[in-house]
Design a protein around this ligand. Structure first.
Ligand code: UTP
Length: 292
């Protein structure tokens, strides 16, 4: 059976990023760099690699720099060209004209609300969601969303990325109540947002990658506030279980929670140790530092 292709992706970037204050007072969290590329760039590259054509950014006040980031940096380009400098570093920062949509969530009422804001742009199509502060590092050409789209092509319906974490960390995440497992696919029997310690149905969490059917927008329209007083995407997804296929996909790769300081620093370290221009220096420095 063929399933409707996934052509659109939503990047919710309207959150306040309070865990990174004061850095995020004037700079969007999504533009914080891992080595020399902003978090949002990695997420957009991952979406592109998965065949996404239209990138929908749900922004808010103070997030205008994200829109500029994906535009042509006219002055920089002219100046660099005049100086005979290579512009390769800017590759991938421009989106195809008409393929980027920016829409505002006026109030940060929660992730579920941010997704619902994009309902008219998504229309009657299944779509992907990528939370850019979750940095999912797959093999080249086979990122997290690509792996999920491959799974979607087989089973259709709704899919979330599924990741095992230590049980005591589950209160910070959306957690899966898992059913039968078949290869990378796990049936999702239930979902709970930020369960109290000791009450999570498993240690399988949803780290910010989703493929959802458009019906979720109807549910979000009347979704009550949930955990943390926010309109939760998890609660709307939970309401779809039983009416449509719902699976978790085990991701082959590494995940860095760049919404947290520790995860962000780990990502910078891990990526710099992979870069030919940095790895020797950083390795030597880290060894010296650890020996102090
Ligand atoms: P987070 O829970 O990480 O919140 O949101 P945050 O505001 O970004 O960061 P902290 O916790 O205050 O440090 C998860 C994702 O959902 C988006 C965020 O931008 C992030 O990508 N989000 C959250 C919205 O777009 N709108 C919201 O109302 C809430």
């Amino acid at each position: 059976m063929s399933h409707k292709p996934i052509r659109k992706a939503i990047f919710p970037v309207a959150g306040l990023g309070t865990r990174f204050l004061p850095a995020t007072k004037a700079v969007p969290k999504e533009l914080l760099p891992v080595v020399d590329r902003p978090l949002i760039q990695y997420a957009v590259d991952e979406a592109r690699e998965a065949g996404i054509e239209q990138m929908i950014f749900v922004t808010g006040r103070g997030k205008g720099a994200i829109e500029d980031y994906f535009d042509i940096a006219f002055e920089t380009e002219i100046t660099q060209r005049e100086r005979g400098k290579d512009l390769g570093a800017l590759e991938g920062t421009r989106l195809m004209p008409g393929n980027a949509v920016f829409i505002r969530q006026q109030e940060p009422l929660g992730l579920g609300h941010a997704i619902w804001v994009a309902r008219e742009i998504v229309g009657d199509e299944p779509f992907a969601i990528l939370l850019p502060d979750e940095f999912m590092k797959g093999a080249k050409g086979n990122g997290c969303l690509k792996q999920m789209v491959d799974a979607y092509d087989k089973v259709g319906g709704n899919l979330v990325c599924a990741l095992e974490i230590p049980m005591d960390e589950t209160p910070s995440y959306g957690v899966i109540d898992p059913g039968a497992r078949d290869g990378v696919l796990t049936e999702v029997k239930g979902l709970v947002e930020k369960p109290k310690l000791g009450t999570a149905p498993s240690n399988l969490i949803v780290p910010g990658r989703y493929i959802l059917q458009p019906e979720v927008m109807k549910i979000l329209e009347t979704q009550e506030k949930g955990a943390g007083g926010e309109i939760q995407l998890t609660d709307a997804m939970a309401a779809m279980i039983g009416t449509q296929a719902f699976h978790g996909v085990t991701f082959e790769g590494r995940r860095f929670d760049c919404g947290s300081k520790a995860g962000y620093i780990e990502a910078n370290l891990a990526l710099s140790l992979e870069r030919d221009d940095l790895k020797d220096h950083i390795r030597a420095f880290a060894q010296e530092e650890l020996a102090r």
